[in-house]
Design a protein around this ligand. Structure first.
Ligand SMILES: CC(=O)SCCNC(=O)CCNC(=O)[C@H](O)C(C)(C)COP(=O)(O)OP(=O)(O)OC[C@H]1O[C@@H](n2cnc3c(N)ncnc32)[C@H](O)[C@@H]1OP(=O)(O)O
Length: 431
């Protein structure tokens, strides 16, 4: 085992441009991320394209480097043994409000250096820094559900995979108000960010997207990093003639049984656009099934079908994990559909957000004060608070599970009414 003393230096830097002397350091970091996720070694060209996107995203790279002796013939001290990426984007917290949020991504620790506290060290440092910078919220999407609760993250939205039977059974009751037309996939390089922005502003739980998505939706960069020539695109035009939705999809091939079309990205800024894009998908000839891996759990589609059983939903899973960094700021940022007073006693294993907070809501606006420990209606840890914050997880469910302790009878239901949002939260941005 190398570096048994666990001597590491943590460095934080921005992705360098090709002509920058720091470029090899950024390349080493990218390759370490690929190694951590068991991906194939990328060509220089693909690394360069990836770094270009990272710069567009204003991603910040953190790496842990061996400071002590490095085992002979092993990867050198210039290659990070652990990686941790961050970006800042907005999170829709309901009723059209957007909250700046620190996104955590690209977390890897080399197998030969795991379980020595590197993740804990990088996470602790980054969350403290984000709070110092004035951010009230952090977020991530997790590879495993067992890792991040200990750092104060809680599941706030879920997603599911759907297989939709698009044979003659597929009859959608909706009368179209707009139209759908096929386009050159590359138009999404320009259109996708605008259409997504419209969805983002009306969808609680939505996270602002990074550069990868317009590249993915347009087929410019496939999941394997190369251009995907199979990608096809249809646009939805609203009653005013403007594009308010799109679907990017590809055929699974003549060996798929039944013949299947796979949705790569479906972004609809209006309810009509969503149903009409499904009408389009359901009408594709020679195809009997459409699959989508990022469907909402609370999906309008089955409710709009003559036969709701056309939708076979499976694998519901956690999607967006939130982590409140500053309770007062996060709670005051929200709009509340019900007035009331709730005193929350919040525990935080990292000591960033603990305390007893009185949430007083009047006319939908909140004032949060520190009660100095007295009068809690609900006792919960910051992970449970982060889960209920968006209104997507029911506080009564968390109370039933023991994650929330109700000191005042009925307080969990009062919290459910106060934290509710105008439509079920859904996040279409993996990062
Ligand atoms: C946001 C994202 O990027 S999600 C992607 C996360 N990355 C991956 O899944 C890639 C493969 N896995 C890895 O690279 C590593 O195993 C990591 C990053 C998950 C963990 O890194 P490590 O440096 O080994 O973690 P570290 O030693 O700091 O452990 C911190 C705590 O988390 C726990 N932990 C670490 N990994 C796991 C796990 N996979 N499942 C459950 N608990 C875990 C440790 O037991 C420890 O617990 P404790 O401090 O409460 O006793």
């Amino acid at each position: 085992m190398s570096n048994p003393r666990g001597d590491y230096e943590i460095r934080r830097f921005e992705p360098a441009a090709k002509d920058d002397p720091a470029y090899p350091g950024s390349v080493a970091w990218k390759r370490a991320v690929d190694f951590g996720f068991h991906d194939a070694r990328r060509t220089d060209e693909r690394v360069d394209k990836g770094l270009e996107m990272d710069r567009a995203d204003r991603r910040v790279m953190t790496g842990a480097y061996q400071a002590g002796p490095v085992a002979g013939h092993s990867l050198g001290a210039d290659i990070p043994v652990a990686t941790f990426g961050t970006m800042t984007r907005t999170l829709n917290i309901g009723f059209g409000r957007l909250l700046d949020t620190r996104l955590v991504t690209n977390v890897t620790v080399r197998t030969s250096h795991r379980r020595r506290g590197l993740l804990r060290r990088m996470m602790g440092g980054e969350l403290a820094l984000a709070r110092q910078e004035g951010l009230a919220m952090a977020a991530l999407t997790a590879s495993e559900a067992s890792i991040y609760g200990r750092f104060g993250y809680g599941v706030a939205t879920s997603e599911q995979s759907v297989k939709v039977d698009t044979t003659a059974r597929f009859v959608l009751k909706h009368i179209p108000v707009g139209s759908v037309e096929v386009a050159d996939p590359k138009v999404l390089l320009e259109l996708a960010p605008e259409v997504f922005d419209r969805l983002h502003r009306v969808t609680p739980g939505s996270i602002g997207r990074h550069e990868f998505y317009r590249q993915l939706a347009s087929g410019s960069v496939g999941r394997d990093g190369d251009e995907d020539l199979k990608v096809k695109v249809a646009l939805h035009y609203g009653p005013d003639g403007g594009v308010d939705g799109y679907v990017s999809y590809k055929f699974r091939g003549w060996s798929s049984t039944p013949y299947t079309m796979e949705v790569i990205d479906l972004v609809a800024a209006t309810r009509a656009a969503y149903l009409e894009l499904w009408q389009y998908l359901g009408a594709i000839d020679l195809v009997e099934r459409v699959t989508w891996a990022e469907a909402p759990v609370d999906d309008p589609l089955p409710w709009a079908l003559e036969d709701p059983r056309c939708v076979d939903a499976s694998e519901a899973r956690d999607m967006l994990w939130l982590r409140v960094l500053d309770v007062r700021k996060a709670l005051e940022a929200r709009h509340y559909p019900a007035d009331g007073r709730l005193v929350l006693n919040v525990a935080d294993p990292l000591g960033l957000a603990d305390g007893t907070f009185a949430l007083d809501v009047s006319g939908g606006a909140a004032v949060v004060t520190d009660t100095g420990g007295a009068g809690a209606d609900l006792e919960l840890d910051v992970s449970a608070l982060s889960s209920i914050y968006l209104g997507g997880v029911h506080p009564v469910t968390l109370a039933s599970s023991g994650r929330i302790e109700e000191q005042t009878p009925g307080a969990a239901f009062a919290a459910a009414r106060m934290f509710a949002v105008e439509r079920p939260p859904h996040c279409l941005t993996h990062f």
